[in-house]
Design a protein around this ligand. Structure first.
Ligand code: UD1
Ligand code: CA
Length: 462
């Protein structure tokens, strides 16, 4: 039986080097706040509860994670990493088991690495196990000082002697502690060091003094433990996370023509044999079916696309559902509440919003369909517009099955167009049209012969 597992994520620091009004842990990496990735790896390792220690920008962080099932502990003043963990103690009152300690700025950390760390902690029967990394350039990190019987202590760069600074094994800031023991050890910490802070790292020495084992596990890939301190590292982390996501899709049968230029967020799913061109962004909870083609520059957010959907270049799709065998774009704009039943064509410069469009219906060019219920087999001519807004309220346009709408028609909503009727080109439709009827609202055409040359002659004399 494995021990109970909780996680504490330290996220109270300011993140000064980000030079941002946004708290560091809220900066997105691959479309999601940094902290979301860390919470996901803690959960992936089986941790519950997950406690986030917040301070700088606490209200913003809380608001962003209100529905994430994270417990918050406030560290009003940042007195050091040891003090930060102490602030989480009330949230973990009565907890006995393994306590994972993570920082909120390590979005590349994998859940498997934490699982390995926990296994090592158990094998070593340790009270503290620290995840370490071998770095070519260890500057800025705490150094792991090993003695005859394992890890003796961790020394911060600012407190280290010149010879200690040559050590290349560093503290990633990720640990497993045995709780509640760790809280007893924390209570004895002092801030007698170069930074006047309560160092979490001093818990190692306290544990040894109490006769407990301290273990260390070097991480296989050092970049996993990379802490994000500035926007250069933020961009590097984004690149690495996208590469992982993209590799997963390619291995699952999705063609990415240029993975380095393809931006897919973590929660997106894509069916096999779908082809994604460069410059595509797939965001949020988007689901893409099989055998789809998504052309360059398309942005899809929170949409569901069924199989064999072809989205042509430069289209933007948001909060929409697209049935199978549908063609969209180029440069189409599907806004929230668009539901296409399938076998549709939504062509260039067509915008839809809150529009339910039946099977096989088409709007091929230059059209706005908002607050519309459109049946099956409807043809919407070029330049057609639903006039859905009267300046105060939105109104619905209903177009029943098999209606043929000529070019450049305006539907002044609310209005209903009966099944199979025909709307003449250039009409402004303000009243309901019954089934099977022709509706046309055109001024009669006038032709005045010779008018142009007469006008020209007149102008010359003057
Ligand atoms: C810490 C470690 C160092 C390690 C490094 C890894 C200590 C004393 N040192 O150093 O050995 O190599 O991390 O990145 O632990 N935080 C709080 N409250 C505080 C202070 C920090 O929540 O009072 C949070 C920060 O937001 C951050 C994390 O703890 O997420 C690490 O803090 P930071 O100040 O970056 O620690 P380092 O000095 O880098
Ligand atoms: Ca740091």
């Amino acid at each position: 039986m494995s021990a109970a597992l909780a996680a504490v994520i330290l996220a109270a620091g300011q993140g000064t080097r980000m030079k941002s009004a946004l708290p560091k842990v809220l900066h997105p990496v691959a479309g999601q706040p940094m902290l979301t990735h860390v919470v996901a790896s803690a959960r992936g390792a089986g941790a519950a509860p997950v406690v986030a220690v917040i301070g700088h920008g606490a209200e913003q962080v809380k608001a962003a994670f209100a529905s994430a099932g994270v417990t918050f502990a406030l560290q009003a003043e940042q007195l050091g990493t040891g003090h930060a963990l102490q602030c989480a103690a009330p949230a973990l009152a009565g907890f006995a088991g393994d306590l994972l300690l993570l920082c909120g700025d390590v979005p590349l950390l994998r859940a498997e690495t934490l699982v390995n760390l926990l296994a090592h902690h158990h094998n070593q029967q340790a009270a503290v196990t620290v995840l370490t990394a071998e770095l070519i350039d260890p500057r800025g990190y705490g150094r792991i000082i090993r003695g005859a019987d394992g890890v003796e202590r961790i020394v911060e760069e600012k407190d280290a002697t010149p010879s200690e600074r040559t050590v290349r094994e560093i503290n990633t800031g990720i640990y497993v502690f045995t709780a509640p023991l760790v809280f007893e050890l924390l209570a004895g910490l002092t801030n007698d060091n170069a930074q006047g802070e309560y160092y979490l790292t001093d818990v190692l020495v306290a544990a040894r003094a109490a006769g407990e084992r301290v273990a260390a596990l070097p991480v296989a890939q050092a970049e996993e433990a990379m802490g994000i301190n500035d926007r250069v590292q933020l961009a590097e982390a984004g690149k690495e996370l996208r590469a992982r996501i993209n590799e997963g899709h390619m291995r699952a049968g999705v063609t990415l023509i240029d993975p380095a230029a393809t931006y897919i967020e973590p929660d997106v799913t894509i069916g096999a044999d779908t082809v994604i061109h460069p410059g595509v962004h797939l965001r949020g909870k988007t689901v893409i079916g099989r055998d789809c083609e998504i052309e360059p520059g398309v942005i899809v957010t929170d949409c569901t696309l069924d199989d064999r959907v072809h989205v042509k270049a430069g289209s933007v799709l948001n909060g929409s559902t697209v049935g199978s065998d549908t063609d969209i774009g180029p440069m189409a704009h599907l806004r929230p509440g668009t539901v296409l039943a399938g076998e549709n064509k939504i062509g260039n410069f067509v915008e839809t919003k809150k529009a339910a469009i039946g099977k096989g219906s088409k709007a091929s060019h230059l059209t706005y369909l908002g607050d519309a219920e459109i049946g099956a087999g409807v043809n919407v001519g070029c330049g057609t517009i639903t006039c859905n807004y009267d300046g105060v309220n939105k109104h619905v346009t209903i177009i029943e099955d098999e209606v043929f709408v000529g070019s450049d028609v305006q539907f002044v909503a609310p209005v209903r167009i009966g099944k199979g009727s025909l709307i003449g080109a250039g009409s402004t439709i303000t009243r309901d049209v019954p089934a099977d009827a022709l509706a046309i609202t055109r001024a009669e055409q006038k032709v005045i012969e010779g008018w142009v040359s007469r006008k020209r002659n007149k102008t010359r004399k003057e």
